[in-house]
Design a binder for this molecule. Sequence first.
Ligand code: SF4
Ligand code: FES
Length: 400
Amino acid sequence: MSPSPTDVPPALADPADGVAVLEPHAGSVAYGIPLAVLAELTHRCPLQCPYCSNPLELERARAELTTAEWKRVMSELADLGVLQFHLSGGEPTARRDLAELVRHASDVGLYTNLITSAVLLDRDSLAALADAGLCHIQISFQGSVPKAADRVAGLNGAHAKKIAAARLARDLDLPLTVNAVIHRQNIEQLPDIIAMAVDLDADRLEVANVQYYGWALKNRAALMPTPAQVEDAVAIVEAARERLAGTLVIDHVIPDYYAVRPKKCMGGWGRQFFNISPSGKILPCHAAETITGLDFDSVRGNRSVAWIWQHSEALNRFRGTDWMPEPCQSCAYREIDYGGCRCQAFALTGDAANTDPACTLSPLHERLFATAEHEATAGAAEFVYRNFSGGTAEGGGRRR
Ligand code: SF4
Ligand code: FES
């Protein structure tokens, strides 16, 4: 599925930090053993979400790592000290070897989390995954209103299949996270989405406002909420957290265009987390390949995963704080947010080494905020759907 655009995986959501120090880098900042790895097993997906966190240039099936390659990588990750292995996509259940991969991850001691749209799952396939040792499932929802949710997903009947799969997962005693990606066209459904998560007996609800790079940036005018909508959503989540304490944990990621400080994207570039693309490239985040001029090492080369984690030029490029420009370099928050998101800085300023414009201290912040506010009220509603041909405009034509 299109994984949620949250900044870090669930168990690292408060990375304060427990980062085990591997070695100091650049004489100033230590980075950790990567605690979590997100494996994009495939970019194939039956859905077409307009905010998908996959890159605009999707990797084809023929480029995907084989079963044996993924198994070798998982063994290396376990040796390195990685704890969590998130199986994502695209839609990971499009891989016929998924249960075999889960079993291997389990055998080498990795905690497994399946991040899925769930539309391809049925009782047998879910039971096979549970039997293989799957530890947790995260199902993405496009809203709580079936017709509207199916429109966002670009697939009729998707919502009903998700509801059915979520119930099957709980029947099998799999811990469940409901991931709801929020934007202007579904934010009014938030109270119902919270009720839906309770009804599905989820342990956790992730209310993840869209973050704007890749496909979401292409669709920003159709997705951006107003500041007032975001404020209302914060109040709704706060009230629900109080009301549902002990029943449902709710994580809330707000759109950082409206925040005062940027998010600590991925817990800091190359600091405690990485992605592996379908063809085996090791990336600090799902959008890193949008930054031009960086060369990402692949597990298919002659280097080990451990070597790449420590020595990759691309991972070291924005590690720590030495690379930072002003105002970040002398800012009290520089080791709190690590300068925000490099991909967003690149997308909005053309230079990944600039301060993330989501920060109010960036000279570009005011302009960004004004653009967001304007787009939120300008009325654009049609999506460009995510697909392998560069996107299809809602209602027909292809649009790049
Ligand atoms: Fe973070 Fe840089 Fe903004 Fe300071 S100036 S809050 S370090 S992004
Ligand atoms: Fe934030 Fe890449 S998505 S650093």
